[in-house]
Design a protein around this ligand. Structure first.
Ligand code: PLP
Length: 411
C-alpha cells in the first residue's frame, strides 16, 4: 500500500492512501478524526521501528544508538523506543521520569542540558544515571548533591567543541555556547576529577542538529573522535562511554532529500578503527531525536472556515502555531518555509488550488502553509502536516489563547 508519489514537495513513501485519504497505522484519517476529534497528532510505531532498524544496519555493530527524548516525549513513543534503542538522553527530571517509566534501565540514561535545577540533579544522582556536566560550577553542585544523598554521582563532561557541524539546521558547538565546557578547559578539569567524589564515565560532544549532508556529518564525527581521544589522555580513568552526538536530519522543505545513514555508518567504522587503541574500553554512542521519530508523525487539523481575502484563499483550521510551533516556522527557522502539507481526505483530488492554511490565533505568525498548492478544500476537511513526529506538541506554546490541547495517538 506504500505510496511513492504523494503530491508533496518532498518524497514520502511510508504513508498509504485509501479512497483518496491518508492512512496511518492502518487507519484512515477520517476514522481517527471521528473517534478522537481534531486536532491530533498521530505516530506510526512501524515507521519508528523501520528507522531504528535502518540506523542499526548502517551503524557499526559496536556503536550504541541513543534516543534524545526531547524530540518526542509521549509515553507510548518512549516505551516503544525503550525496547529498540541502547539508551535515552534526557534533559530534565521530568524527562527522566518518562524514560524510567518507559522501562529504560538507569545505567542507559544520561541527562544533558544547561541550568539543571537542584531537583534535576537530585533525581539524576538518586537514580544513578549519567550526568553530562555543562559547567565547572555544575560539577561542584553535583558533588554536593552526591554528599547529601551518600551516593557517588556518575558524570560525563559535555564538551563545547572548537568546531561546528557545518550546514546544520541548528548549530550547537563552536564559538561561545551555553552548552558544555569549552574544549580547551577540559584537560585541566579531567585531571582534577581523580581527587573528587565522582565516577568519571566519559565525554559527550554534540556539534549540531538537522543536517542532511553525509559529508558534513562524517567530517564532524572525525573531528569529534580526534578531539575526544586527545582530551581523554587527561582522564583519570579510561572513558566507558563516548557520546559523539548525532545531527542526522530529516527532509522538511522543498528540495530536501532523505539522508541515507549507510555512508555515515561505514565512515564511522573506519574512524573507530583508526582510534581503536585509544577507545578500546569505550562504548561509542550516537544520539538522535528527529531522525528516529520525525517522519513517523503527522499533525491533523480540521478546516473550520474558508475565505478569500484580496485574491488569496485562506483555510482557517482548529489547530495551528499553538500546537505545532515548528510547522509555523517559528522554532528556529530563519526564513519561513512550508512543511509538507496536504488535504488528508482529498490527497489527489482535482481541482487543485493555491491556499494559505492558518490557525485560530490572533497573530499572522499562525501559518501552517503559505501559498501551497493542494486539493480544493471545504469546511470539515482534514489538513495534514507531515514530518511532525519530532518537536511538535511538546515544543509548542499550547496555553497560548486558551484552546484545548490536541489529542495524541500512537499506533
Ligand atoms: C536536541 C538534542 C538532540 C537531538 O537532536 P535531533 O536533531 O532531534 O536529533 C541530541 N542531543 C542533544 C544534546 C540535544 O540537545
Amino acid at each position: 500500500m506504500s505510496n511513492p508519489s504523494l503530491p508533496l514537495h518532498i518524497e514520502l513513501d511510508h504513508f498509504a492512501v485509501d479512497d483518496d485519504c491518508i492512512v496511518i497505522g492502518g487507519r484512515k484519517l477520517t476514522d481517527i478524526a471521528e473517534s478522537i476529534g481534531t486536532p491530533f497528532y498521530a505516530y506510526d510505531s512501524g515507521v519508528i521501528s523501520q528507522r531504528v532498524e535502518q540506523l542499526k544496519q548502517a551503524l557499526p555493530a559496536n556503536v550504541h544508538l541513543h534516543y534524545a527524548l526531547k524530540a518526542n516525549p509521549m509515553a507510548e513513543v518512549a516505551a516503544h523506543l525503550a525496547k529498540l534503542v541502547d539508551g535515552f538522553d534526557v534533559a530534565s527530571a521530568g524527562e527522566l521520569k518518562i524514560a524510567l517509566a518507559a522501562g529504560v534501565p538507569p545505567d542507559r540514561i544520561s541527562m544533558a542540558g544547561p541550568g539543571k535545577s537542584d531537583t534535576d540533579l537530585r533525581c539524576a544522582v538518586e537514580a544513578k544515571i549519567i550526568i553530562n556536566l555543562e559547567s565547572e560550577l555544575e560539577l561542584d553542585r553535583v558533588i554536593q548533591v552526591g554528599r547529601q544523598l551518600g551516593n557517588k554521582p556518575r558524570v560525563a563532561i559535555r564538551v563545547n567543541p572548537d568546531f561546528e557541524l557545518k550546514t546544520s539546521g541548528m548549530k550547537m558547538g563552536g564559538g561561545p555556547q551555553q552548552f558544555g565546557i569549552d574544549a580547551e578547559r577540559v584537560p585541566e578539569l579531567l585531571r582534577g576529577l581523580a581527587d573528587l567524589p565522582v565516577e568519571f564515565v566519559g565525554l559527550h560532544i554534540f556539534s549540531g542538529s538537522q543536517n542532511l549532508r553525509a559529508e558534513s556529518i562524517c567530517e564532524a564525527q572525525e573531528k569529534t573522535l580526534q578531539l575526544a581521544t586527545t582530551l581523554l589522555e587527561h582522564a583519570p580513568t579510561p572513558a566507558r562511554l563516548l557520546n559523539i552526538g548525532g545531527g542526522l536530519g530529516i527532509p522538511y522543505f522543498p528540495g530536501d532529500k532523505r539522508l541515507d545513514p549507510t555512508p555515515i555508518g561505514s565512515n564511522l567504522g573506519k574512524l573507530l578503527a583508526d582510534h581503536a587503541t585509544a577507545l578500546a574500553d569505550t562504548d561509542i554512542a550516537v544520539e538522535l531525536g528527529r531522525h528516529i521519530v520525525g517522519e513517523a508523525g503527522i499533525y491533523v487539523t480540521r478546516v473550520v472556515d474558508r475565505k478569500v481575502s484580496r485574491g488569496l484563499t485562506y483555510l482557517i483550521c482548529d489547530g495551528g502555531l499553538h500546537q505545532h510551533l515548528s510547522a509555523s516556522g517559528n522554532f528556529g527557522q530563519v526564513i519561513r518555509k512550508n512543511y509538507p502539507v496536504l488535504v488528508g481526505n482529498r490527497v489527489f483530488a482535482e481541482p487543485r488550488e493555491v491556499v494559505s492554511v492558518v490557525g485560530p490565533l490572533c497573530t499572522p505568525l499562525d501559518l501552517l502553509a503559505n501559498k501551497m498548492s493542494m486539493a480544493a478544500a471545504q469546511v470539515g476537511d482534514l489538513i495534514v502536516v507531515f514530518q511532525s513526529g519530532a518537536y511538535g506538541l511538546s515544543a509548542s506554546p499550547i496555553a497560548f489563547l486558551g484552546h484545548p490541547p490536541p489529542a495524541e495517538i500512537f499506533m
